[in-house]
Design a protein around this ligand. Structure first.
Ligand code: PHE
Length: 457
């Protein structure tokens, strides 16, 4: 008999040997944090939406999509690492939990309900465990396009777009933008796009996204200053923005926007001019425009100074009661920090007769996900670090704060590889007892043996 899985009590999917989605991940689907009243992710979403008047918002798109929607339609190559089962949650070989909101680009362009749209949604990725990574997080994606048929003998399309550029509020923040709009090798103009058109679209993109980012970071600065937390010179430095060249398979040219925030350049969003082939597939070959995507947790963490991404999932009123859509943004006051308990686990990897080592590279779709995009380490044979992470999540839920490799070596005689992972146990809500952490750690060790076939040292 064919096996099935139910998602959100409403939809049933056939599973096959590609299925790698644990029930704990599926349990997150009904949470819809970006829709929850007075949740910081919802407030952040609404603040961003308020800077895009007239854009149609989509906040209820279902997270189960085809690999066509998530990868193929966006031009991801067949061997792209993002497609692997170590990085993506599959229900069956054609069906995944979306790894980014871009999975809805083609369908939303096809619906063509508005010249501008914003999509906010939960997205799912197998990834590292630390205070800025969680396997479920939220992205917002937006686009603005123009119909070439709007051009007339009076005005070219580029002139029409420049008229729209003039309508966007102008800020007075310093922006570094050293690169030309397009670059033949690094950031090429698409076939069939004119330089004038793309200059105008790029100007509209930059002015729109700068306005949104300046609004958010000005609010964050005010909140930090009011809490009296701005003590260092770095924190008092004026806000600065910078555009850098980027790469996405579905846009060209592409750019990222970075913000100078408390002494560091932080990447806030990815953007670019959607590939014309994508708009053709969507049945709107006559349109041209821009698109962007960002991670909502990352922005909310900066906006409210929220120190740990797990907090967004908290149902503790000490967390939730601190946010209100009615009032101004104010800094989150952490409730007491409970002690951490650090434990190591060392093991030998199983030896495989046929080695199939894959390259340890990070995929590019995650660039804007959360506070740092960590490369996924692939070590030897069939071992993938994300499997260790998933076991830790499965055993410990939100009681694990961080898991990372602290030592790795190959035995000179036997050729066996040894790994040592350090696990940081900490509850955000209470002090864990010794017995409790020991029990979690023992279970984690056992599961590593059972699921990965490692030999404990
Ligand atoms: N989907 C990209 C990401 O997850 C962001 C992006 C969206 C880039 C739209 C360009 C256009 O990083």
């Amino acid at each position: 008999a064919q096996k099935e899985v139910k998602v959100d009590e409403t939809k049933v999917y056939k599973t096959d040997e590609w299925m790698n989605t644990p029930s704990t991940i599926l349990a997150a689907v009904p949470r819809r944090l970006h829709l929850q009243k007075d949740h910081p992710l919802r407030i952040t979403r609404e603040l961003i939406e308020s800077r895009f008047p007239g854009f149609k918002t989509y906040n209820n798109l279902f997270p189960v999509v085809t690999i066509g929607q998530n990868f193929d339609s966006l031009g991801f190559p067949a061997d792209h690492v993002g497609r692997s089962r170590t990085d993506t949650y599959y229900l069956n070989k054609d069906t995944v939990l979306r790894t980014h909101t871009s999975a809805h680009q083609v369908d939303t362009f096809r619906a063509n309900e508005s010249a501008g749209y914003l999509i906010s949604a939960d997205v799912y990725r197998r990834d590292a465990i630390d205070r800025s990574h969680y396997p479920v997080f939220h992205q917002m994606e937006g686009a603005r396009t123009w119909d070439r048929a709007a051009a007339s003998s009076n005005k070219t399309l580029a002139e029409l777009i420049w008229d729209d550029v003039a309508k966007i509020p102008k800020h007075s923040i310093d922006v570094e933008d050293p690169n030309p709009t397009t670059h033949a090798e690094r950031n090429p103009l698409q076939d069939g796009h004119s330089a004038e058109e793309v200059e105008a679209v790029a100007a509209h993109l930059k002015r729109s996204l700068e306005d949104m980012v300046v609004t958010i970071f000005t609010a964050a600065k005010t909140a930090a200053a009011e809490a009296g937390s701005e003590t260092t010179a770095a924190a008092q430095a004026p806000l600065k923005l910078r555009w850098v060249e980027a790469y996405f398979p579905f846009t060209s040219p592409s750019w990222e926007l970075e913000v100078f925030w408390q002494g560091d350049w932080l990447e806030v969003l990815g953007s670019g001019i959607p590939q014309q082939s994508l708009l053709n597939t969507a049945g709107v070959p006559n349109r041209v425009g821009w698109a962007f995507g960002l991670g909502l947790e990352r922005i909310a963490m900066l906006l409210y100074s929220i120190p740990d991404i797990r907090l967004f999932w908290s149902t503790d009123t000490r967390f939730l009661s601190q946010f209100s859509s009615a009032g101004p943004i104010s800094r989150f006051v952490p409730f007491s920090k409970y002690p951490a308990c650090i434990k190591d686990v060392s093991f030998w990897l199983p030896q495989r007769s046929s080695s199939s080592a894959a390259g340890g590279i990070s995929r590019n779709v995650g660039a804007t996900a959360t506070a740092s995009s960590s490369p996924t380490t692939t070590t030897s044979h069939d071992f993938h670090e994300n499997d260790v992470m998933e076991i830790a999540r499965e055993v410990c839920g939100d009681l694990v704060e961080d898991v990372h490799l602290v030592d790795e070596f190959v035995h000179p005689k036997t050729g066996r590889r040894s790994m040592c992972y350090r696990t940081n146990y900490r509850s955000l809500e209470r002090t864990l007892t010794n017995e409790e952490t020991n029990e979690l750690h023992d279970k984690f060790r056992q599961q590593l043996v059972e699921k990965l076939g490692v030999e404990l040292r």
